[in-house]
Design a protein around this ligand. Structure first.
Ligand SMILES: [Zn+2]
Length: 159
């Protein structure tokens, strides 16, 4: 990699000045591919670290969950700021990052899928997973009550 391509750029999201080096390659749409010193890709104005957080948050919060998470936050008095993950919640003029964790109840104990980051300035949302086993006969009953069945199936998981 030649030195003359080396440069830094301020990320449009975390506002941190980071290594921004053109690899000499271009994407199919003609835009240049920029990486940091660890060869991690920039995504437009988003630095590799912010891009990784975005991808991680998208994995943690699929669209169908986002709706119920947003609803729960609003019921708790927060205003949900951005519509794409990572979500941010605002209350009393303060904006907090939203951390979402899948949780299960095991003999009355809450178990998290992955540990919560240690930060007091965040809002934590637990999405409880519930799994139900139905015998084929009951599924058939649900199909017969078509209207009821469709609401059951399309309703988002409980938060
Ligand atoms: Zn960034």
């Amino acid at each position: 990699m030649s030195e003359q391509h080396q440069s830094t750029r301020k990320c449009g999201y975390c506002l941190t000045e980071r290594n921004w080096t053109w690899t000499g390659e271009r994407l199919r749409d003609g835009s240049k591919i920029f990486v940091d010193e660890q060869k991690r890709r920039w995504a437009g104005k988003r630095c590799p670290i912010c891009e990784r957080k975005r991808v991680q948050a998208t994995i943690e919060c699929p669209i169908f969950e986002k709706r119920s998470v947003t609803k729960a936050l609003e019921e708790a008095g927060y205003e949900v700021r951005n519509q794409t993950p990572p979500l941010q919640a605002c209350r009393d003029g303060v904006t907090y990052p939203v951390v979402i964790r899948h949780a299960t109840l095991n003999e009355g104990k809450v178990e998290l899928e992955s540990p919560m980051p240690e930060d007091e300035n965040q809002v934590c949302v637990l999405v409880f997973q519930s799994v139900r086993v139905l015998p084929a006969k009951q599924i058939e009953n649900l199909r017969l009550k078509e209207a009821k069945a469709s609401t059951m199936i399309s309703s988002p998981p409980l938060v």
